[in-house]
Design a protein around this ligand. Structure first.
Ligand code: NAI
Length: 238
């Protein structure tokens, strides 16, 4: 029974992770750019931009006041972008890197003192299967998610002696509002059915599939697993 913070908890994968951790008995706070209605189910829902260090620190202070020290952090907030590289402005590049990579930096630094003091912590970063496969027109996103995998491996070595594990879960093709927005804009490189036909388990992923992996990685019994990149992708990109 720990206090958990889930970023991006107002939608899709983050929302499902927050629900699962709460069902497992943890006290959960979500941190999202958009207001979340999860407050109604007992989850502490905070509105903050993960790229804004002051806002992240203030939100984590609120978690400490309301719930106590943070033992679990799942970084699920993310945004994608689609642009041909030669037309990609530095501003667009920076925004995608800022949310997907710098946001992870800010959130980990904000909660780390609690985990270090406790000599126990669990950090899970939601990266992307595209960090393994590559993805045309998504250089900024793929670069940021690849860096999240690298950060995960390096930080795991640094924090292991302090009882803190750091792992990444790269999802592949999960049916969320983000995926549906890409489908609506014809950015998937085929229909959802085309993708399902290329997926060994023959279905799209569900947010609950990612939540199940996170629930395991933050558990006590996963304490010997750190620095790992656990693909949850129906058998694609492995
Ligand atoms: P989503 O768009 O449904 O949810 C993302 C959430 O992050 C939203 O609630 C949004 O408000 C929040 N967010 C965005 N920018 C933020 C910011 N600056 N500060 C705080 N919150 C912010 O997307 P989905 O699909 O649930 O994605 C969750 C994570 O999984 C993301 O990191 C995404 O990159 C990753 N992912 C998703 C895949 C999929 O197939 N759906 C595949 C690979 C990775």
């Amino acid at each position: 029974m720990k206090n958990a913070v889930v970023t991006g908890g107002a939608s899709g994968i983050g929302r499902s992770i927050a629900e699962r951790l709460r069902a497992d008995g943890h006290h959960v706070a979500t941190l999202d750019l958009n207001p979340s209605d999860t407050d109604s189910d007992g989850t502490l829902a905070l509105t903050a931009d993960v790229t804004d260090r002051g806002a992240v620190d203030a939100a984590i202070d609120t978690v400490r006041e309301r719930l106590g020290p943070v033992g679990i952090l799942v970084n699920a907030a993310g945004m994608e972008g689609h642009k041909r590289f030669r037309n990609l402005t530095f501003e667009a590049w920076h925004q995608v890197v800022d949310v997907n990579l710098n946001g992870v930096f800010h959130c980990i630094q904000a909660v780390l003192p609690d985990m270090t003091d406790a000599g126990w912590g669990r950090i899970v970063n939601i990266s992307s299967s595209s960090a393994h496969s590559g993805q045309p027109f998504m250089t900024h996103y793929v670069a940021a998610k690849s860096a999240v995998n690298g950060l995960t491996k390096a930080l795991a070595l640094e924090l292991g002696p302090q009882g803190i594990t750091v792992n990444a879960v790269p999802p592949g093709f999960i049916d969320t509002p983000m995926l549906r927005r890409s489908e609506a804009r014809n950015l998937l490189g085929g229909t959802i059915d085309d993708h399902i036909a290329r997926t060994p388990v023959r279905r799209a992923g569900r947010p609950e599939d990612i939540a199940a992996a996170c629930a395991f990685l933050v558990s006590e019994e996963a304490g010997y697993i750190t620095g790992q990149i656990l693909g949850v992708n129906g058998g694609r990109n492995t």
